[in-house]
Design a binder for this molecule. Structure first.
Ligand code: AMP
Length: 581
């Protein structure tokens, strides 16, 4: 079904004027130098994300403005001004440097729920010159171990409950020198533990921030690959230019806004737009500690008077599933702008947004590697439901054939970007070759397939690789297969993404069993639980099908493409490399 364009009111008629006034004019005149001049640098090459996002505001009227309003799962509220966050992050920087000997470039990782300490800790670690790495709190021991081992993180900040989950992997992490525990009322277990509260109580709130260079490493986010372990995309302090600019012109953040980003800090959206972009724009953020609940989310939007909301298609689909009656109990008068990222946003969801909130969701596209939004729908432009929109001013996006030559409009191909924007990843940690392999003929190859129409709107087609996008989480099939075969009953496993109306894709595993094991419901549950515990609930196969053997190439590679084609009843394609069964 073709969805009609959602035509925008002319710029002059907006009650609140959007920051982006003329897309084409801005594109012509765009320069990152001009964006730079909005931000507070130490000098022409030294900049620190924590300074730009927090301390720089202390010289302005925003000093006592609320930066963070946090609501716990139990409904308790804590509020922090920019000044509060500055002082607390100074304390944490002192803890890292003076107590734990953290030096510039050391990796400081966070395995925490969405509590204020993750924000304070990340800012403090950046002030100390550390490279921060947030991990999803839903991760199990193997997922945590792989990331901490690869990054050689020196310090981990976690909670007693989460520590318990991963304690078995610590002996395998020689680089990990210190674990700081955020108790938040949880019983103190071990007097030998480093307690966040105790360390913070003793620390000074003055800290001479490390004057990092624009190109110094600042942030690491692990992202999934098809054939290997997750890889650490590394971003630099200068990335904050991209967070700031896209926060201003895509999310349209303005002084009076109350902004809510629903992303977990373990995902790049949770740092770029759950911390840095909004705070670089001096905006008040609201954060809800808990996960999804349709009722709670509607009430949160209403109670907090959220004006700008950044969420994800899975969440929107779950809200849609909860029915049209529920939102009628709430008022969304404050809400003026809504955006979505992470997966293709179904046209129905755009239309549903208009019906329910009186405004459409603005889809935008980017990746861990790009560090900030690359393609977007803007407040002043017509929306074509189902399209990700147009490239951010200053960004050149192209559609390439398989020889990496540019294709004309309306042809499907590889979505690629001309490198050179500030928030672009600088490497995959210790995987330089893999990093370089992402660049061809002067383009960065995104790994997505897309199409551009005559009017310059981009349309997502699919991923070029096997990576599964389940509820906005990228899951590498190899990582799941590796854990599956550690289960004592499993001989071999092949994992694919199976289309799903809510989560876009769910993880489906094909499993062959070792001799002496028989398929059963009980075994199925046991295997699911096994993966959930080791990796995360997102990675645990929703479906497990027991098969006698897996289709493989002659070189022994599992043919996931074939598993998927069989699953979906599609033609099997070229099977010439297939091993005889
Ligand atoms: P991640 O690096 O985990 O943020 O995942 C990035 C990938 O998510 C992209 O390469 C796309 O495959 C997918 N993605 C993100 N945003 C969108 C969008 N608006 N439409 C379609 N796919 C998206």
């Amino acid at each position: 079904m073709e969805y009609p364009k959602i035509t925008k009111t002319p710029f002059e008629q907006f009650a609140i004027k959007p920051n982006l006034q003329d897309y084409h004019k801005m594109g012509e005149k765009f320069s990152w130098d001009k964006i730079s001049s909005d931000l507070d640098w130490f000098d022409h090459e030294h900049i620190n994300i924590a300074h730009v996002t927090i301390d720089a505001h202390l010289k302005t009227d925003r000093k006592n403005k609320k930066a963070l309003i946090w609501e716990s799962k139990k409904g308790e509220v804590e509020e922090y001004t920019f000044l509060n966050l500055s002082r607390l992050s100074n304390k944490f920087a002192n803890v890292l440097v003076k107590e734990l000997g953290v030096q510039k470039g050391d990796r400081v990782f966070f395995f925490l729920e969405r509590v204020p300490e993750i924000f304070i800790g990340i800012l403090g670690a950046l002030k100390a010159g550390g490279v921060i790495g947030p991990l999803f709190s839903a991760f199990g021991p193997d997922a945590v171990k792989d990331r901490l081992a690869d990054s050689e993180a020196k310090v981990l900040i976690t909670s007693p409950a989460l520590k318990k989950k991963i304690v078995e992997v610590f002996p395998e992490l020689p680089a990990l020198k210190n674990i700081i525990l955020v108790h938040r009322g949880e019983a103190k277990e071990d007097p030998n533990d480093l307690s966040y509260d105790r360390l913070m109580a003793q620390a000074s709130d003055f800290f001479d921030m490390v004057k990092t260079r624009q190109e110094d490493y600042a942030i690491m986010h692990y992202t999934s690959g098809t054939t290997g372990k997750p890889k650490g995309a590394v971003h630099v302090h200068g990335a904050v230019l991209g967070h700031y600019a896209t926060g201003k012109y895509v999310l349209d953040l303005q002084e009076e806004d109350i902004y809510w980003c629903t992303a977990d800090p373990g995902w790049v959206t949770g740092t770029s737009y759950g911390m840095f972009g909004p705070w670089a724009n001096g905006v008040t953020q609201v954060v809800y500690e808990g996960g999804f609940s349709a009722k709670y989310w509607y009430s949160f939007l209403e109670r907090k008077k959220v004006t700008v909301w950044y969420t994800a298609p899975t969440a929107i689909r779950m809200l849609m599933k909860a029915g049209d009656e529920l939102p009628r109990n709430y008022r969304f008068d404050s809400l003026r702008y809504m955006c979505s990222v992470g997966e293709p946003l179904n046209p129905e969801a755009v239309v549903w947004g208009e019906k329910t909130f009186g405004k459409a969701f603005h889809d935008n596209w980017w990746q861990t590697e790009t560090g900030s939004i690359m393609i977007a729908n803007y407040p002043i432009q017509d929306i074509k439901p189902g399209s990700m929109g147009r490239p951010f001013p200053g960004i050149k996006a192209g559609i390439l054939d398989d020889n990496f030559n540019e294709l004309p409009s309306d042809r499907e191909g590889n979505l690629a970007l001309r490198p050179g924007w500030p928030s672009m990843f600088r490497t995959y940690w210790k995987k330089e070759e893999l990093y370089h392999s992402r660049f061809k003929k002067g383009w960065y190859i995104t790994g997505d397939k897309a199409r551009r129409d005559e009017e310059g709107y981009f349309w997502f087609v699919g991923r070029a690789d096997d990576v599964i996008n389940t509820a906005g989480h990228l899951v590498g099939p190899f990582e799941v297969e590796s854990v599956l075969i550690e289960h004592p009953a499993v001989a071999e496993a092949g994992v694919i993404g199976k289309p799903d109306p809510i989560a876009m894709e769910v993880v489906k595993a094909f499993v062959s069993l070792k001799d002496g094991n028989d398929p059963s419901e009980e075994l199925r549950h046991d295997i699911q639980k096994f993966v959930m515990k080791r990796l995360s609930s997102a990675a645990a196969p929703r479906e497990i099908e027991f098969i006698s053997s897996l289709p493989k190439t002659r070189s022994g590679k599992i043919m996931r493409r074939l598993l998927k084609a069989r699953e979906l009843g599609l033609p099997l394609g070229d099977t010439s490399t297939m091993e005889e069964e």
